[in-house]
Every structure is written in C-alpha cells, then in structure tokens.
Design a protein around this ligand. Structure first.
Ligand code: HEM
Length: 291
C-alpha cells in the first residue's frame, strides 16, 4: 500500500450553528480541491458545537497549503461561525485499509466494488458507505464494470507506446476532433491548448502505467474528476471526449489501431470516465458524517 498521502484534521469547538457552517463550507470546497495533490475532503458534524474537517493530499506541501487556505477563508467568511482557532492534527498516512482489505487488486476490480481507496481513513469510508447516496453510486459502478484482461492491458500499452513519440500531435489532434464534434466545449478551455494536450497525454500515460495499482490510480482520477467540475465539465461531456479520443487514435495509428485495440481503449477510457465522474459527484456535496 502506498504511503503517499498526507492527512490534516481540523477540529473546531464552540461552533454556534454547525448546519450553517457546513453550508458555508460548500464555498470552500472548490478552493481546496484546486490545490495540486488534493485527494479528498470530509466534514463531520460531531454535535455539541464540534465540527471536524478531514482533508487528504498526495504531498505535505498541499496539506500545509490547505491549512493556510482554511485559515484565510475562515477569517474572511466564517469568523462568526467558527470563532475559535482549530486544533490541527496532521501528518503522513503510515497505514490505511480499503474495504477490500487487499492492496493487490486491479484498479478495475476496486472500482467495481466501489472501493474507496482514495483516502487514508477507513473509518470515515465505512461510515460514508452507510449513506444512501454512496450506496447508489457504488451500485452504478458495479453495474457498469467490465474486466480489463491482461491481454487488453498489453494492447493498451503497445498502442500507447506507438503514440508516445507523437504525443504533442496526438494531443492537438484530439482537441481538433473534440471541438469539431462539439464546438460549444471550446470556451471551457482557458489555457493554451498545447499545454493542455501535453497534460492530457501525461494523464493517459500515468493511467496506463498504474492500471494494476488502484491505490495509485484511483485517487488521482477521482481528484482529476473533482477538478473538472470547476472547469464546467458535466457527465455528458465524457462520452463526447471518449469518441474524440478514439477517433484521434484511429487517425494517428491507422491500421495499427485494430478492432482489438479500439475495444481495449474504449473499455479503459470508459473506466477512467467512470472514476472521474465518481470524483466529480463527491465534489458536488460536502461529506457530512453523523455518528
Ligand atoms: C478521459 C477523460 C479525461 C482526462 C483523462 C482529462 C485530463 C485532463 C487533464 C490532465 C487536465 C489538466 C488539468 C487537471 O489535471 O485538472 C484537464 C483539464 C481540462 N479538461 Fe480534461 N480530461 C478528461 C475529460 C474531459 C472532458 C470530458 C472535458 C469536457 C470538455 C474536459 C475538459 C477539460 C478542461 C476544460 C480542462 C481545463 C483546461 C484549462 O485549464 O484551460 N476534460 N483534463
């Protein structure tokens, strides 16, 4: 199990109206989820005027930045609702468990079970799984799962290695195809398309490299899905992007993009989209866990 996770717990006492505080925290979530390395955020109303937040990141810098950001946000927007400075517990996650109890499952398998490997806090994950929202999401994930066989993984890696020397062109061709099929998506992209193309290819490269390591892949995809909410991306956009990616691979690889390769990519991209959408769904509502 990877230990590349840093967790920070902020415990606020003397909260006069915890419901209102939780509702105002919704405005904080888009800010914290933009910190590079963000994995997840939870808000717990303990009762008796105690509110606790738990955030998980991939780096210590991100974890420290979150505490600075929270302090600024509270000073500017929440001072009457969180009048006391928080008690902060922070550090590297040195052990964690997932519902599967195994660190060797494939990412696909973990997603199929709705495995919550994004965080370093199994107790929270278990409590959250009691909510009907989480249960419904897991059922959706179960029903859409497909196995990515070792052969398909091999095909993915082979085709991607053919594309990699032309990654810049492939990325640009993807955006051309995307905007041709859905011109209304163009305004969502604010930064340079060259830079964006490179980031997309890096993300695909990382995905392929870590497909068999859910603890490395799922948190990254879920966090990426959460960030996409702030770009204005909605679930319906994913199918359009997947078709544009498949079209791009076919154009770039021509006959080498066999029907077997197309099937493998389709399955892998739908898997990526599914995990990103799950992350996006988590971004929409702050977690409230009641004991
Ligand atoms: C297979 C799914 C996708 C992958 C792997 C992916 C990957 C990425 C990556 C790596 C970034 C860089 C910033 C970040 O990491 O947050 C990004 C940004 C972005 N993506 Fe995606 N993306 C996917 C789906 C989509 C879809 C469906 C849309 C809908 C139009 C979209 C629109 C955007 C936008 C608007 C940005 C921000 C661009 C900017 O900063 O100007 N992405 N994407």
């Amino acid at each position: 199990m990877s230990n590349n996770a840093y967790l920070t717990v902020r415990r606020y006492e003397g909260v006069p109206d915890s419901k209102q505080a939780a509702s105002r925290v919704q405005e904080f979530i888009p800010l914290i989820s933009k910190i590079p390395g963000f994995i997840s955020y939870y808000l717990v109303d303990e009762g008796d005027g105690v509110t606790v937040s738990v955030s998980v990141f991939t780096t210590r810098e991100a974890e420290e930045e979150s505490n600075r950001l929270a302090a600024d946000f509270i000073k500017q927007h929440l001072a009457p609702l969180l009048p006391n400075p928080p008690q902060i517990t922070a550090g590297q996650v040195v052990a964690r468990a997932t519902p599967s109890g195994s660190s060797n499952d494939s990412a696909i398998g973990a997603a199929a079970r709705g495995g919550d490997s994004e965080n370093g806090c199994a107790c929270l994950a278990q409590q959250m799984s009691k909510s009907s929202r989480a249960t419904a999401r897991r059922k959706r994930a179960d029903s859409t799962n497909a196995e990515l066989t070792p052969r398909k993984l091999q095909v993915l890696r082979e085709t991607f290695s053919l594309l990699e020397p032309h990654a810049g062109n492939a990325g640009l061709a993807f955006y051309r195809n995307l905007f041709n099929s859905a011109p209304s998506l163009r305004p969502l992209f604010q930064s340079s398309i060259e830079l964006q193309a490179r980031k997309l290819m890096e993300a695909l490269s990382y995905t392929i490299a870590t497909f068999e390591q859910p603890e490395a892949l799922l948190p990254v995809l879920e966090a990426m899905g959460r960030r996409h909410v702030s770009y204005g991306v909605v679930d319906e956009h994913y199918d359009i992007a997947i078709q544009a990616m498949l079209q791009t691979f076919a154009q770039m690889l021509e006959a080498k993009f066999s029907s077997e390769a197309r099937d493998a990519w389709e399955e892998a991209l739908f898997f990526v989209a599914r995990v990103m959408k799950r992350g996006a769904a988590d971004a929409a509502v702050p977690k409230q866990v009641h004991r």
